[in-house]
Design a protein around this ligand. Structure first.
Ligand code: PMT
Length: 401
């Protein structure tokens, strides 16, 4: 089990079970997680912020009105930082505020401002837990995709017996570990390229392509979720960095992408080339904006770009190489040709054009490797990326045990 470099935001609301969350911080850190704690005002009545600060090794935030932290929009920074948010204990009040989308303290504001999956561990008196108002709020959260952890049943601090106990720290930790999947790439360094490249013609024009970067960004996120340390080399796209990415390098041209990929794969285990790299660039970039010449055709001379995959394949020590093939026709023939010609370990072929592949929210892939062919039917790029990463991990482990 590992949570190495996982960024967990622990929200603590007011309840006696807050003392168990101190233990939870320790257990999360045992597995390598980075933990930051946000406490509600009520939580500070049960456990001091200093305790959580000492255990997490990080400053603890308790207020939305912390002038120093908020000068740099601290709540947004925290919301973006988190890969997972776990609220433990979650009191009836906190659950109600989450269900109704309130943002009247730092914790609820961060929950609203974050795209990270939200886990909630309720803790309250059994009569409160059974109350229809609480149950309705819990149902609202469930339907919204919030993962409810517990509560457990048993003796309560108030002397009652029943449902409403917070799960034990190790049970909560297990749920977070499980949320990261089977960690098939744990301990591996993976470089993913994504998006288009732009090749400048003059100061205002360029040759580009329709790649949005969505497929490559989904692959990078899936690799990070599978436990890899991921470097994402991104062409010019307007996508936010997915959670869990160790570093992102933004580039513009194919030559810049080649340099960034070669440098970052120096000690990488796997390279996945999802970028749509321009095959050609203008042989010369005009210094000034090109002008029209009375209807005369403009001729552009193009020079071939370096092939990034072929450059890596030619190295004596090379990462496991996964290419993509974007084809409008004869998909299998061209994909197999690229697999052999570029010296790849695997190629993921997709039919493109007519609304497929580029820019779309979903996609389908056929994977070719010396092992055989695997069809990954059309689903969202996020899900497809997970399936691709699982296959890459299997194949990698088979050839480089
Ligand atoms: O970004 P999206 O909008 O989500 O669209 C996704 C996608 C269609 C761009 C993606 O699924 C995809 O197919 N990416 C590869 C596109 C491409 O350039 O294919 P290609 O057949 O031209 O290149 C084959 C492989 O060689 C690719 O892995 C490419 O990264 C690599 N290559 C190409 C040229 C070059 N100079 N160097 C390279 O390494």
């Amino acid at each position: 089990m590992s949570l190495a470099q996982r960024r967990i935001l622990l929200g603590v609301s007011g309840g006696i079970a807050a003392y168990k969350s101190c233990e939870l911080v320790r257990r999360l850190r045992d597995l390598g997680a980075e933990v930051r704690v946000v406490m509600t005002e009520g939580a500070t009545r049960f456990v001091s912020a200093t305790t959580f600060q000492a255990l997490s090794g990080q400053p603890v935030r308790t207020s939305l009105w912390d002038a120093e932290a908020e000068a740099a929009m601290g709540h947004i920074e925290l919301a973006r930082w988190a890969e997972r948010i776990l609220v433990a204990p979650a009191s009836a009040d906190l659950i109600a505020r989450l269900a109704h989308g309130l943002a009247n303290d730092l914790l609820t504001t961060v929950c609203l401002a974050s795209a990270a999956p939200l886990y909630v561990a309720p803790a309250m008196n059994q009569q409160m837990w059974a109350h229809p108002a609480v149950q309705a709020n819990v149902e609202t959260l469930r339907q919204r995709g919030v993962r409810l952890l517990g509560p457990a049943s048993g003796d309560q601090a108030c002397g009652d017996i029943g449902s409403g106990r917070m799960l034990e720290p190790l049970e909560l930790r297990e749920a977070l570990v499980a949320s990261y999947g089977d960690q098939a790439l744990h301990g591996l360094k993976v470089v993913v390229s994504a998006g288009p490249t732009y090749e400048d013609i003059d100061p205002v024009r360029f040759i580009g392509n329709r790649s949005s970067g969505r497929m490559g960004f989904a692959v990078a996120e899936a690799a990070a979720q599978a436990g890899a340390e991921v470097t994402l080399v991104a062409g010019p796209v307007s996508l936010a960095t997915p959670p869990g990415i160790a570093r992102r390098i933004d580039v513009r041209s194919a030559a810049q992408m080649r340099d960034a990929v070669v440098a970052s794969t120096a000690n990488a285990d796997i390279y996945i080339g999802a970028a749509a790299v321009g095959d050609y660039r203008p042989a010369q970039v005009a210094e000034h904006k090109l002008k029209k010449h009375d209807g005369a055709p403009l001729e552009l001379r193009l020079a071939e770009n370096p092939d990034i995959l072929a450059t890596l394949a030619a190295q004596t020590v090379r990462p496991f190489l996964v290419g993509f093939a974007a084809e409008t026709h004869d998909v299998e023939r061209y994909a197999r040709d690229k697999l052999a010609r570029k010296g790849l370990d695997m190629i993921a072929a997709n039919q493109v054009g007519g609304g497929l592949g580029f820019e779309a929210a979903d996609n389908a892939l056929t994977l070719y490797s010396p092992e055989g062919t695997i069809e990954l039917p059309r689903v969202s790029k996020t899900e497809l990326a997970r399936q691709l990463v699982a296959r890459v991990a299997e194949r990698y482990r088979a050839v480089r045990p």
